[in-house]
Design a binder for this molecule. Structure first.
Ligand SMILES: Cc1cc2nc3c(=O)[nH]c(=O)nc-3n(C[C@H](O)[C@H](O)[C@H](O)COP(=O)(O)OP(=O)(O)OC[C@H]3O[C@@H](n4cnc5c(N)ncnc54)[C@H](O)[C@@H]3O)c2cc1C
Length: 323
């Protein structure tokens, strides 16, 4: 029987949303290959309730290991031990930097195949086959595994689905290797704006280099504020790299993938690497002073003009409408 092991990232009593998606996906795939989806949570003082909660997303067994949280090597040790002692053929990660690091370390430890930035997983002949976009997302490459496979999803690639199941919880006692104990968490840095939830927003006002300077984002924040409710401000990589807005708000190939009801792009050219992160939005509105900007090719509504004039008027119009 080929089981699938999922790393569920845990922080302050909650399991990360991408990890829940990975557990749901593993449960679906395990059902198709005749195995089970198990999850592992590594951290300090994790409650049984938090661990057992993964049963609702399809895990049948959850391992809890007491080890430093947020560091990759202890998780590699824990998952490596489970692979040694259990009947696992695959590991699935929901993505994110820690997932990349643990997945790569585990692949090296097990001499397994590894695929990163996976957007879909299928079953062929009882084996998992991972799909990963390549060449600026213009093509898909397919990975099969000779033996064990490590699959690391792109952020938000796997949807979290509650199946209403339940899981048994087992506490693991793992002796960490000496190198896994060399690093300690000194401090958790909170990135400015890291709490913006662009993935869950219904309305996103995204700003690009056309805003001219970091202060230009005030125009986007004013408009998002006027929409109110579940609205947020997002950004392109160009402005994140320039330090105008935090990485947590970046959309695209090397940022987040979003699908809000309304995506309003201000001063964004519409490069392919940006497009792949927002093309599934229900309604795309773009403001750009260049009538030939590529973003107009995939916008539902295009406004040609200066965003410095249009955004404030739009904000007033939304406020007036709401009032
Ligand atoms: C490997 C790789 C990964 C990448 N990953 C990402 C990613 O994840 N996300 C991402 O966004 N990019 C990514 N990029 C970068 C991407 O290729 C583009 O460079 C970037 O998206 C451009 O950002 P922009 O639209 O803000 O800037 P620009 O391309 O410079 O566009 C600015 C736009 O603003 C318009 N404008 C200027 N002034 C005004 C005004 N006053 N009013 C209205 N419009 C105005 C201009 O006409 C222009 O179209 C990646 C690139 C590479 C190579």
């Amino acid at each position: 029987m080929a089981n699938i092991l999922v790393y569920a990232l845990h922080y302050e009593g909650a399991i990360n949303k991408n990890s829940l998606g990975a557990v749901s996906e593993a449960a679906r795939l395990a059902g198709e290959i005749g195995g089970e989806a198990h999850a592992v949570v590594v951290g300090e003082g994790i409650s049984d309730d938090v661990a057992a909660g993964l049963g609702a997303f399809g895990a049948t067994k959850v391992f809890k290991a007491e080890a430093p949280e947020g560091l990759s090597q202890p998780v590699v040790d824990v998952m490596g031990k489970l692979f040694e002692t259990g009947d696992y053929q695959y590991a699935i990660f929901g993505g994110g930097l820690l997932g990349f690091e643990v997945g790569a370390g585990l692949a090296a430890r097990l001499n397994a195949g590894v695929t990163m930035e996976v957007t879909a997983v299928n079953v062929d002949g009882g084996q998992l086959v991972a799909e990963r976009p390549i060449l600026g997302d213009s093509s898909i490459s397919t990975s099969r595994y000779k033996d064990r496979g490590i699959i690391i999803g792109r952020l938000n690639a796997f949807e979290a689905r509650e199946s209403g199941g339940s899981a048994t919880v087992e506490t693991l006692d793992v002796q960490l290797s000496s190198h896994a104990q060399q690093a300690t968490m000194v401090q958790r840095g909170e990135q400015r704006g890291a709490d913006v939830d662009i993935e869950g927003a219904d309305v996103l006002v995204a700003g690009g280099r056309g805003l001219g300077k970091a202060e230009g984002f005030q125009l986007c924040e004013d408009l998002a504020g006027a929409f109110g409710g579940n609205s947020a401000v997002a950004a392109t990589r160009a402005v994140v790299d320039a330090g105008w807005y935090p990485y947590a708000a970046q959309i695209g190939q090397t940022g987040k993938t979003v699908a809000p009801k309304l995506y309003l792009a201000a001063g964004i050219s519409g490069a392919i690497q940006h497009k792949v992160g927002m093309q599934s939005s229900e309604n795309i509105v773009a403001i750009n002073k260049d009538a030939n900007a590529p973003i107009f090719e995939f916008s539902d509504l295009g406004i040609v003009g200066d965003l410095n004039k249009i955004l404030p008027k739009l904000t007033e119009a939304v406020k007036a409408r709401k009032g």
